[in-house]
Ligand binder design. Structure first.
Ligand SMILES: Nc1ncnc2c1ncn2[C@@H]1O[C@H](COP(=O)(O)OP(=O)(O)OP(=O)(O)O)[C@@H](O)[C@H]1O
Ligand SMILES: [Mg+2]
Length: 299
């Protein structure tokens, strides 16, 4: 089973308006709502690819229930810790001539809720996969990724970490199965700006030397580079299409890679990840099955 953890799930409320006048009453032309958070995004795209996963994390209030129902309706199993206070956040995305985002803070996560999450991690068995993605809310300790990886290190669990800077560097000692920084995040980890492919490969190899088994570096519209478990370098370009919203493309790539690697073929996993990332970039919401497999044929 693949488990994903989302500490601070959200409902993204996307409103489109022709002109946005601050301080005035504005009217929306159309609106959509999506359940999100990086771990949930991975689970939703896995579900599109026919791969079962279970979403863990914290939810609260009526928005939390809406998130649980929403993702369960898309075929994702859920086992969230229910917080007694507060509400899961709503992120407002105003799409006009410019885009304005107002992201909620989300509920406070008390220590006893963290202990409940740790208890759920005891259910993971040899061969399971655990995906940790995104930032850490202010009410959680900033070494929680390390603590989680330490807790599952007594079993043969494939861990996936998609996080920035020290959050990622500090977990490399637990030999995560996959890390997926984008090229800007990879540069930031080493205090450099990366643009050339050969530089990206050499810094990606550093992450592998520091413990990561597979290193996947995404480069948005420029494609992706994979250093696989054997140290082989794979490169993949991107699919063609009209970009609508590239937020979540990285999460979709992680899902595609995990679905693809079940075949044992790293090249195929990179392609399925690329098709899933592209399908999200070319959609208003997350990638859907039909587009992912259509784009895969381009690669
Ligand atoms: N404009 C695009 N055109 C085609 N494919 C894209 C585009 N943007 C992203 N992709 C695909 O999705 C993959 C991941 O994208 P990106 O590098 O933007 O991830 P990210 O920065 O981690 O995104 P996020 O954190 O918002 O999920 C890329 O390697 C590529 O395959
Ligand atoms: Mg990302």
């Amino acid at each position: 089973m693949i488990y994903t953890i989302t500490f601070n799930p959200a409902i993204d409320y996307v409103v489109h308006t022709d002109k946005m006048a601050p301080g005035k009453i504005n009217r929306s032309r159309s609106e959509q709502m999506y359940c999100g958070g990086k771990g949930i995004n991975v689970s939703l795209v896995l579900s599109e690819l026919g791969v079962a996963s279970k979403a863990l994390g914290f939810v609260a209030g009526f928005t939390g229930r809406a998130i649980e129902d929403g993702i369960a309706g898309k075929g994702v199993e859920t086992d969230f810790v229910h917080l007694t206070n507060g509400c899961s956040r709503i992120n407002v995305k105003i799409k006009s001539d410019v885009e304005t985002d107002l992201n909620g803070q989300g509920p406070k996560i008390p220590e006893e809720a963290v202990q409940k999450l740790y208890k759920k991690l005891e259910l993971l068995r040899d061969g399971d996969t655990l995906v940790l993605a995104g930032s850490i809310p202010g009410s959680l300790p900033d070494d929680i990724y390390e603590k989680i990886l330490a807790r599952v290190s007594d079993r043969n669990i494939k861990t996936v970490v998609d996080a920035t800077k020290n959050l990622l560097l500090n977990v490399l000692k637990y030999k995560p199965f996959l890390v997926k920084p984008n090229s800007d995040e990879l540069g930031e980890m080493f205090g450099v700006t990366l643009s050339r492919g050969d530089e990206i490969i050499s810094f990606a190899k550093k992450l592998k030397d520091m413990g990561a088994v597979n290193v996947l570096v995404s480069m948005a519209g420029e494609g992706a580079i994979l250093i696989d478990a054997h140290g082989c370098v794979h490169r993949c370009g991107v699919c063609r299409g009209e970009v609508k919203n590239s937020v979540g493309a990285g999460d979709s790539m992680v899902a595609g890679f995990l679905a693809g690697i079940q075949s044992g073929d790293y090249g195929y996993a990179l392609k399925l990840g690329t098709a899933a990332g592209g399908a999200t970039a070319f959609s208003d919401g997350l990638a859907e099955k039909e587009m992912i497999y259509r784009l895969l044929k381009q690669l």
